[in-house]
Design a protein around this ligand. Structure first.
Ligand code: NAG
Ligand code: NAG
Length: 385
């Protein structure tokens, strides 16, 4: 009895010691594990935020890999589809149909420095998003990406029944067998334009058009190009701040900041991040100014190869700073599809004169198949996180 009692004392002691050592190691090691995990999932802001914080979620790093840092390599298995067999391509992006003679631009794949992006599988995407709604919201660069995604998925399941609807502000492609609809909502500034007695008023503080964006499972926003337009192609006559102050014009970067801040507030107020994933498409660059890549007399015309190297000589457009600033102030986790730099390298990927819609020289949109297919591959990779 006594011996037994003694033994059980020893047992208790041993158990306590074990527990103590376990707890000691657990607590002393776990911050290291947590740190490691944060560095993988987080990034720049990781020391102040958990990996689930909005700022960390904007980061682009998957398992230590920045998807958007890399280079273009030739891949003869590209492109993902032939434009003649995709029913969703507008004439303005259909470069092969409108006489573009070279084909090498179709064969470039984006290769991140420290990982491979998963091969796009449209069937897998449809199964994963069965019964769900996806919406692109923004200008014609959103249209470019929407048509690309629709073509990529269609090429994976060419015999699947689709329904296509095209309207002024809302278009859609539905893959009926899966109940997946991909919408395109056209609103170049994200904030409202209202026709009033004085003319078209761009309301920097108002998004009444946002009703149509509710109830989506995935939202991909984009806006920038129209903020720079002047003269004929300017979409408004006055800008309005607050309820009463009209401006004939103002610094366009300030206006973009105000508009995008209004959008950010709309998202924080109206999007439930447990139901809807939100992406920002990132600033799509243009190639009208050859001096940006040290070719002062050129534009995208006749360009047949991407720039090599891992950065663009002209640097990032300042609008990217506005995007970063606004996204980092948001409550809702918004993933920045940071396609600017990789697209800057693709001076060869614009329609230039081989567009069935723009009579001049288009160094702003992108041929399909082409660069937006890579944006969608990266979207697909980010969604698989
Ligand atoms: C696309 O298909 C058409 C018709 O089959 C063919 O003539 C054309 O060469 C193809 N385009 C490319 C880029 O392979
Ligand atoms: C703007 O004016 C309308 C109608 O006059 C009013 O309902 C609304 O609350 C005002 N909005 C702001 C932001 O002041």
């Amino acid at each position: 009895m006594f011996a037994g009692h003694h033994k059980s004392h020893l047992l208790v002691c041993a158990t306590l010691l074990q527990t103590f050592f376990f707890l000691f190691f657990f607590f002393s090691l776990s911050p290291t594990f947590a740190d490691g995990a944060r560095h993988h999932g987080g990034g720049r802001h990781s020391s102040q935020h958990k990996s689930t914080s909005p700022r960390a979620r904007q980061q682009i790093i998957i398992g230590g890999c920045n998807l958007f840092q890399g280079s273009w390599v030739l891949d003869l298995s590209y492109p993902f589809y032939n434009s003649s067999s995709c029913p969703f391509i507008d004439a303005e992006f259909d470069c092969q149909k409108y006489g573009r003679p070279d084909k090498q631009y179709l064969k470039y794949a984006w290769k991140p420095d420290s990982c491979d992006i998963p091969r796009f599988d449209g069937g897998e995407m449809l199964r994963r998003w069965r019964g769900k709604k996806i919406m692109f919201v923004g200008d014609s660069l959103s249209l470019n990406m929407w048509e690309s995604l629709s073509c990529m998925i269609h090429a994976s399941v060419p015999n699947s029944k689709t329904t296509f609807a095209r309207k002024e502000s809302l278009s859609s492609v539905t893959f009926e067998d899966y109940g997946v609809t991909i919408y395109m909502y056209r609103t170049p500034y994200l904030v409202d334009i209202v026709r009033e007695q004085v003319g078209r008023v761009l309301k920097l503080d108002s998004i009444l058009g946002g009703g149509a964006w509710k109830g989506m499972d995935l939202l991909i926003f984009n806006s920038w190009h129209w903020w720079t337009h002047t003269g004929e192609s300017q979409g408004w006559d006055y800008m309005e701040v607050g309820n009463s102050t009209l401006y004939k014009d103002m610094n366009r970067m300030d206006a973009f900041f105000m508009g995008l801040t209004t959008w950010a507030k709309w998202v924080d107020l109206n999007v439930d991040p447990s139901k809807t994933r939100v992406f920002f498409q990132g600033i799509s660059p243009t190639h009208y100014q050859g001096r940006e890549w040290n070719q002062p007399t050129r534009s995208c015309v006749g360009e047949q190869e991407p720039l090599s190297g891992a950065s663009y000589p002209g640097g990032l457009p300042p609008a990217t700073n506005v995007v970063t600033r606004v996204l980092s102030s948001m409550k809702t986790p918004v993933y920045l599809l940071d396609i600017t730099m990789l697209s800057q390298l693709r001076k060869d990927a614009h329609p230039s004169s081989y567009s069935g819609d723009h009579s001049g020289n288009d160094c702003s949109h992108w041929c399909l198949p082409g660069l937006p297919d890579t944006w969608n591959q990266l979207l697909y990779a980010a969604l698989a996180m």
